[in-house]
Ligand binder design. Structure first.
Ligand code: ZN
Length: 337
């Protein structure tokens, strides 16, 4: 009798599909691609729509896929990410400008969109607004300076004259006094091209790691636990909180996000792995069971899967997954005395 490791349903007819331990949009791992039979079709569909897509489209990790040559079949634009121009010497005054996103077919960043900047004198930083966001600006003297000539710093960045006119009319519509000075055209560095004649733009991506994204990562860790520790282990009631968090949006697991290297202490500079992989580990730590996951050497996410519980030493497990290659097992090494 098959039982779903997430919702515990036991009907045999509900297990036609297979759950990929690591969502397929992040690649496969040769004949040893880990998949699960014990996730029912309903859970599998739900994960695909709700968690895997959020991870693939709306996270730093998802966007990084493009740079690694893993393209999505979907061509949808991420909603919760903001793309800005890197602040460097050659970007000059334009550093921090809001970009038009990225081209999903190439992963390249797109040029800046029409936008309005106003300097917040309380924090001494520019606030930047796209055309759609101008309506949310509330002009407060304490924040932007008094309405006397030259006291408020404002700037419009517009790729074309039409864009510029759109920004000024939007400002007028919402009663934001803007004194016309000069039109900023396309930044000069946009004329810099690579060997193929394409414009190269360096940018930063900001995103919020919300509960759904955490659930998407924990689902991968729980899938991983199911695959490597077995159904019997993860069917224990101790794993119910993890199940409930992933499947039912239940109580959030404690955890933290760091920029610490994943394989801390297990590699030297010379033995460094490439950054095109996904790392997952489950281990005992401080009387809890800890799950750790990291994609592309970006952020490291740690979650307390079970409090006051221990796996056997043989159950502690770590793997590195590189698209197109077989999974690579992490070997536990004792610290030198
Ligand atoms: Zn299920």
């Amino acid at each position: 009798m098959m039982t779903c490791v997430y919702c515990r349903i036991t009907d045999k007819g509900f297990f036609k599909g297979r759950e990929h331990v690591i969502p397929r949009s992040f690649g496969t791992f040769g004949p040893k691609t880990p998949t699960l039979h014990c996730v029912c079709d309903k859970c599998n569909d739900y994960f695909k729509k709700d968690l895997d897509q959020a991870l693939a489209r709306d996270t730093l990790e998802g966007i990084t896929r493009y740079k690694k040559g893993l393209f999505s079949r979907q061509r949808q634009f991420p909603k919760n990410l903001v793309f800005t121009l890197e602040e460097r010497v050659d970007t000059g005054d334009y550093g921090g400008a809001i970009l038009g996103g990225y081209d999903p077919t190439t992963g390249k960043l797109l040029p800046p969109v029409a936008q309005f900047w106003i300097r917040n004198i309380q924090v001494n930083e520019w606030e930047r607004y796209t055309l759609d966001q101008i309506k949310y600006i509330k002009i407060i003297d304490e924040k932007y300076g008094p309405n006397t000539p030259g006291s408020r710093e404002m700037r419009i960045l517009a790729p074309t004259k039409d864009d510029y006119d759109l920004v000024t009319s939007e400002l007028k519509k919402f009663g934001i006094p803007y004194k016309e000075k000069e039109i900023l055209g396309l930044p000069p560095f946009l004329k810099n091209t690579d060997s193929k004649g394409k414009v190269e733009i360096q940018g930063r991506i900001h995103g919020v790691i919300d509960k759904n994204k955490k659930r998407a990562f924990v689902k991968i860790i729980f899938n991983f636990a199911t695959y490597y520790l077995g159904e019997e282990e993860v069917s224990k009631p101790q794993w119910d909180k993890v199940r409930d968090f992933v499947r039912n949006n239940g109580e959030i697991l404690s955890g933290r996000i760091t920029q610490e290297p994943f394989w801390n202490g297990q590699e030297t500079d010379k033995m460094c792995f490439t950054d095109n992989s996904y790392n997952i580990r489950i281990e005992n730590k401080n009387a809890n069971v800890l799950g750790t996951i990291q994609f592309y050497n970006l952020l490291t996410y740690e979650f307390i899967l079970i409090e006051n519980y221990s796996l056997t030493l043989e159950q502690e497990v770590a793997y590195r997954f590189t698209p197109g290659e077989e999974p690579y097992v992490g070997i536990k090494m004792s610290k030198p005395e």
